[in-house]
Design a protein around this ligand. Sequence first.
Ligand code: ATP
Ligand code: MG
Length: 823
Amino acid sequence: MGRIQAGAIPRQQKGHWRPLNHSFSDKRIQRHINPIERPRIVSASSQSVHSAPSSANSAETKSVDFIRTIINEHMRTDAYAGRVATRFPPEPNGYLHIGHAKSICLNFGIANDYSGACHLRMDDTDPTKESMEYVESIKQDVKWLGFDWGDNMFYASDYFEQLYDYAVKLIQLGKAYVCSLNEQEIREYRGTVTEPGKDSPYRNRSVEENLDLFRRMRAGEFPDGAHVVRAKIDMASPNMKMRDPLIYRIRHAHHYRTGDKWCIYPLYDFAHCLSDSIERITHSICTLEFENNRELYDWILDTLEVEKPRPHQYEFARLSLNYTVMSKRKLLYLVEKKLVSGWDDPRLPTISGMRRRGVTPEALRKFCESIGIAKANSSVDMAQLEFAIRDDLNQRVPRVLAVLRPLKVIIENYPEGRTEDLDAPLYPHDVPKEGSRLLPFSREIYIEQDDFMENPPKDYYRLSPGAEVRLRHAYVIRCDKVVKNDAGEVTELYCHYFPETKSGEGGEERKVKGTIHWVSAAHAVPAEIRLYDRLFVDEFPEDVDQSLNPNSLVVLKDGFVEASLASAEPGSRYQFERLGYFCADSVDSKPGSLVFNRIVTLRDSWAKKAAPEKAAPVKKESQPKEKKASSAPAPAKAPVMELTPAQEERFKRYQETMGLPADNARMIASDEALANFFETALSSHASPKSLSNWVVNELQRVLKDANIAALPFGPEAFASLVAMVDDEVISGKIAKDVFEEMLSTGADPKQIVDEKGLKQITDPSQLAPIVTKVLAANPDNVTLYKEGRNNVLGFLVGQVLKETGGKASPKLINELVVQQLNS
Ligand code: ATP
Ligand code: MG
């Protein structure tokens, strides 16, 4: 594929033609004129193996992930009579995001590969947060991604009767009982990782009594929380999930599908495996945090002796992307607090947001393929997603001209009233598509403000007084006169054009150093342009409110697009040459009042921003212009949930005396068990803010259905983990791994850190040799960097980080890498 080699360089063009967001000050960069760059993708993160699928449709040898390897083995041994059935089981309590896309591509992809089926199942067993709106959005997103569930659309809520019967059966088998301890007591009885739990005093209720109570629970005789049904397994099991887990609870709540028919609802661990069995799923694929639940999954199905061969659960690493958030709770918070315009805000990682922004389903699928399926959690760089988007758009969209921040140019020697229709190709030569449009040229045009400098540095190759540039697809012009307003700002340029330099008619012979884009003033169409940036400034946002990027949306109201876009259909995509890929907004854009979203820039502009680069004089000029832009609408401060007076008191105390951010304070205050945990933790580590962040961001995530008492560690251990982060003993990233380990083994965090040698490297002298080693091992990338490809920096930093096992701060690594590269 030659597209990467040639990029968008027009064949006849001699001048430099490159994206705007490029530093022109650095000589090294000027040799590099390829706007399309391919970041090296580190495939080591995916533990895929190479082998030929034995029974997959495709005969070709391709990379097989560990799940497909297992399936291949099942095919070979005929474990499921050649059948493969997977499922994608979202809870309809929010819109899908790109993490779900990974799971969708995996589950539906497997079904496609093995001519099996993938079921779309609404995992709707929690009546309080679910709705039909979410169900519809989920269906739309899965379809848009290009997958089809055929007749296999299911709802866990359709199984409520069957699940009830299964619970009755467990009770009859003496394997479940009605427990009347309250939440707090259940937690106390559960023990800790180091101590076994105690049997509930209700554990030996007779089968008759249990059946009677369960029937009356269903009949609505008891209030919420009065009783629960628990599986009778082993209160001393090393796996906390096996210590008599809850399987049913009372919830007097209206369900969006079953209405008020039920006031008891099954918990995830009970409903999920049985739904899989009812649907005769073969491979039940979920994310790693469910690893400990697998034993329970197996226990329930085996104890109930469901039909064989029964489904089995497999876990893979969830997708996490930097500079964004993927928890539905956080996304909902952003939407409810109106910090974004809705679930489809183009800055969100939701599928609907990315669709609206202009990302194609093909790009998302390719991205999901490129990241692989791993067994260990890691985070993927946003640059990798952007690369997949660019790579896809490069092959499919027409190139057109638009000016975002116009500066009027009058071509004095061009006859007044004359218009020339230039025949301009829509695609570069390396894109296998044909077509051209007529591009009107006339005496008055607009160019980009950034493409003119009155006092340029010597290596500035765009327009300046006396200098010549080529207008894309048109003529060479020279700037003769600069007009300014009273404030000293440049308002107009008077230029001279050279008729013999017309593009496409041999006029390219004339040597100029730069080529710039333009539109004809009389013909251009006004357009609003929305430029997006990362939603968060922190790589791994902890506190959503505090990490928001104030410049994540910049709206330019004075832009112009070339005449051929006058009737651009909502949703149509283009490359605005030198500016990026754009999409006519599917909600707000109409012919006559055009609105374009920037999908992605032409190159990774972030790798550069992150790196301390040599000063770019051009920037000084372009910076203040941002001010003209209006940024995102001011966030509305609306409360999210109602609090009881006691919770309200806590909420105030957390905010006022501890200084917690409002969303953290509210979240913790609204949940008594969580609040107790938090306050106990505080007595071991008096840092309310960081503790609250950990409670809200990490703990909450694993506590969805589970009771806090089920945690294999107590608040003290939790506090000691957070303290290590605060004291910079370990990095935040490592801390998350330690946390996962605590969840699965219950081990003490200090012990984990000691045993595994996870202490953070903060000493530059310790880090420098590792940097040297990595640079020596990657000579190609070092050369690329020296040629101006700043975006290899991210790769190199990532390699060093990997080499240290994630133990050093990326910031420090970045500094050292840049230092050594420039030395
Ligand atoms: P929450 O964000 O509240 O934790 P969830 O993302 O787990 O919720 P579900 O609706 O339960 O929401 O997810 C449906 C499926 O998508 C599950 O099988 C889950 O494992 C998978 N999934 C969710 N997030 C990711 C992710 N980031 N990467 C890969 N798969 C994911
Ligand atoms: Mg889930």
